[in-house]
Design a protein around this ligand. Structure first.
Ligand SMILES: NC(=O)c1ccc[n+]([C@@H]2O[C@H](COP(=O)([O-])OP(=O)(O)OC[C@H]3O[C@@H](n4cnc5c(N)ncnc54)[C@H](O)[C@@H]3O)[C@@H](O)[C@H]2O)c1
Length: 291
């Protein structure tokens, strides 16, 4: 069997690094990551994968060989800070992704798999209008669906819910909530809950997301593979699960609910989740007892 070349954009990031890890475990795969290290890290590199440094906008020159499959995760990926830097979001997500889609069209890539955001479904389908990040992610879903119609682009789109787990960043303004709470907890600080705290999220284990997008690449076609945990929890419930003090702060709470119908991924791909967020937090607290 000849080797399959797979390009993962954003392969040095949180979910991307777990996807690279899964893909490199199959010796039939040659795995290449393209990442601009805006939020990625060399600490996330996996032995056996090849790493290219650069913006997806330059994919044409950076990736001379045509991959069989492209998993496209390399985008600006955080909601709250996106409101402060829309130009950066536009550059990385709109300009970058347009180049990726054009690359797929010209090179006749056998499948493009896109990591979309579940925020598209929020606020009764108006989630795209809540912030620059959600807007660009939703535009890219439209773009890829339209390239399917206009040019016969072969593609599959999956939607991630809030990822948590190993290699999650707890530092910087791009930190995500579970890693941020772990750091606050370890530093003996109160856990900061953005008011009102009732906003709910379907926290989903990062290795389950990675397996879900890999399965979408293997078996999925078209739009609609939502990859989310079955149960959502409010941010306050999550903070309380760590124990200790809580401080309510002002900030951007995002959508109130996390709408999730994950039946397509579960039925068509046989996807499921293996780690529940509450068990994960309980385990973390057990391993790090406070004095
Ligand atoms: N983690 C989640 O909860 C979640 C939820 C919904 C959607 N997603 C999507 O999944 C993907 C991965 O998310 P993540 O949480 O792992 O984020 P991440 O920031 O950890 O990973 C994204 C990676 O892409 C790189 N990158 C960004 N723009 C790039 C560009 N233009 N060219 C090359 N590299 C670029 C970053 O340096 C980073 O390493 C993103 O597309 C994100 O929008 C994630």
């Amino acid at each position: 069997m000849s080797k399959q070349t797979i390009l993962v954009t954003g392969g040095a990031g949180h979910v991307g690094s777990h996807l690279v890890e899964l893909l490199t475990a199959n010796s039939n795969n040659r795995v290449i990551s393209l990442d601009n290290y805006f939020n990625g890290s060399e600490d996330n590199h996996i032995a056996g994968a090849e790493y290219l440094r650069g913006h997806t906008r330059d994919i044409e020159t950076l990736v001379p060989e045509t991959p069989d499959l492209i998993y496209h995760l390399g985008e600006y990926a955080r909601i709250t800070p996106s409101l402060d830097e829309p130009a950066l979001v536009y550059d990385m997500n709109i300009t970058g992704t347009f180049a990726v889609v054009e690359y797929c069209r010209f090179h006749k890539v056998k499948k493009l798999v896109y990591a979309a955001s579940s925020t598209r479904f929020a606020v009764e389908g108006n989630g795209r209008h809540q912030n620059p990040y959600s807007f660009t992610k939703s535009v890219n879903v439209d773009l890829i669906n339209d390239y399917g119609k206009w040019y016969g682009l072969p593609y599959a789109i999956c939607y991630f819910y809030n990822g948590f787990g190993p290699r999650e960043r707890g530092d910087s303004k791009y930190a995500t909530v579970i890693a941020k709470y772990e750091q606050q907890y370890l530093n003996g600080l109160p856990l900061t809950v953005v008011k009102p705290g009732t906003q709910k999220r379907a926290f989903t284990y990062v290795k389950d997301l990675a397996r879900g997008i890999m399965l979408t690449g293997e078996k999925g076609w078209g739009d609609g593979y939502a990859l989310g945990a079955e149960h959502s929890h409010s941010i306050l419930e999550i903070a309380e699960a760590f124990g200790g003090q809580i401080e309510f702060i002002d900030g951007y709470p995002g959508r109130e609910e996390s709408a999730n119908d994950t039946s397509k991924a579960r039925d068509e791909l046989g996807w499921n989740t293996t780690v529940d967020i509450m068990d994960y937090i309980l385990e973390f607290v057990k391993e790090h007892p406070l004095e």
